[in-house]
Design a protein around this ligand. Sequence first.
Ligand SMILES: Cc1ncc(COP(=O)(O)O)c(C=O)c1O
Length: 481
Amino acid sequence: MSRVLHRSTRETFETALSGEGSWLTLRTGGRVLDAAGGAAVTCIGHGNQRVASVIAEQAARLTYIHTLFFTSEPSEQLAELLTDDGHFARAFFVSSGSEAMESALKMALQYHVERGAPERTRFIARRQSYHGNTFGALAVSGHPARRSIYEPVLWDTVSHVSPCFPFHAQGAQESDEAYVARLAQDLEDEIQRVGPDTVAAFVAETIVGATSGCVTATTGYFAAVREVCDRHGILIIGDEIMCGMGRSGKRHAWEYEGYRPDIQTVAKGLGGGYVPIGAMLINDRVFDALSAGSGAFVHGHTYQAHPLAARGALEVQRIIREEALVERVATNAEPLRARLGQALEGHVCVADIRGRGYFLGIEFLADPASRRPFPAAAQFSARLKQAALREGLALYVQCHGGRAGLHRRKAGARGHFGRAGSACRLKGWQPPGMCRQRPSAGPYRSFSARRTRSSPSPDHREIGRGWTTKTRTDHPRSARD
Ligand SMILES: Cc1ncc(COP(=O)(O)O)c(C=O)c1O
């Protein structure tokens, strides 16, 4: 019997003994292809000996310092590396994505205090989003299942607007420009509703991960959001915890968007799974306000800027740079997407394949044509995950309101790409009695490649609007990430 409080008290979990490249070896002797890099974390593969040895070296030299007194070489070098493109002025290191988000939310509040506007205490985030499981991060998250039991104590200073999710919410006759204008107006309306002088920051994932499966924004969306926020003196917090650090084919996913957030969070691909680490990056505007004001961020953790974590992440980032892995993602992204499309061609439940770089998601629907999701009772995502595992394939499967999606892994070290199509071993799988193979479907084409859309399903035109504590998903164990 295990004494670990696992994610579920009803499931038993196989023990993973070791990892090498994209593969995990289990105690039973079985091997599993870690196809999504866990929760989109592993980015240079498992078992990298170079990272292992620098961590061991650092552990022998120095593991902890009190950051009220000292700094360390690894954290200084990692901050240097993360700011050397000139986009950000400073990096603040913590131990997870949620901690990075807490730091970002507090930094936004303090920015306004430093500038003499302490009444700016509100955040506007988006429905169908995930920013972490600590209270502040959860308060801005639009993830009904993870919020539901905590709803009574979550901040009431947060409101949520529509996400940019064209697959489900763009009208059949609506141009991209009109859709973007509608979303910008939605944000403007919310700012006016709560009072422009009360809003500290707008919070958004550049590419939405866990709640909708690699949803990129419509061209012009973030530039429009930037314009609205700038007009009202509102900061933008860009959450790149899942999509950042190269997974999209650029270091920052916002580089595709013609805009830059004021505060950014990164985590998963920063340490690549070797060390628990996250970071908040701040631009000159935010740093200057802080240094011209009190000069001290009113926030901190015992393990912030942990030397061992920083040393591991530094080596991961050096490897990514030396092996030009981000460039590899950019080069191989389209072939990967095409291969997924070919392999899943004709599967009646595959509604969309989308994303950017190696951050690709597949959305499954009971009926893609009408955008009808699976009934909650079907337990589609849990069954898909189990079916994949039986095939020796670990996927990142999520469900939102009956829709299920899965993620692909990031760059990976040399050779991983060749195995990426293995996810398609699932091609022939379908949940019994739920969907049949489409008899004569043409080659699958991604939603973004199809210029005509079917009408958005009525319940998705306003993504997540009106979610309540009773929102159903087919996955009651909702604290997954
Ligand atoms: C976009 C995003 N933000 C924040 C988080 C929270 O990160 P962590 O689980 O490391 O606290 C996650 C985790 O999945 C995430 O995907």
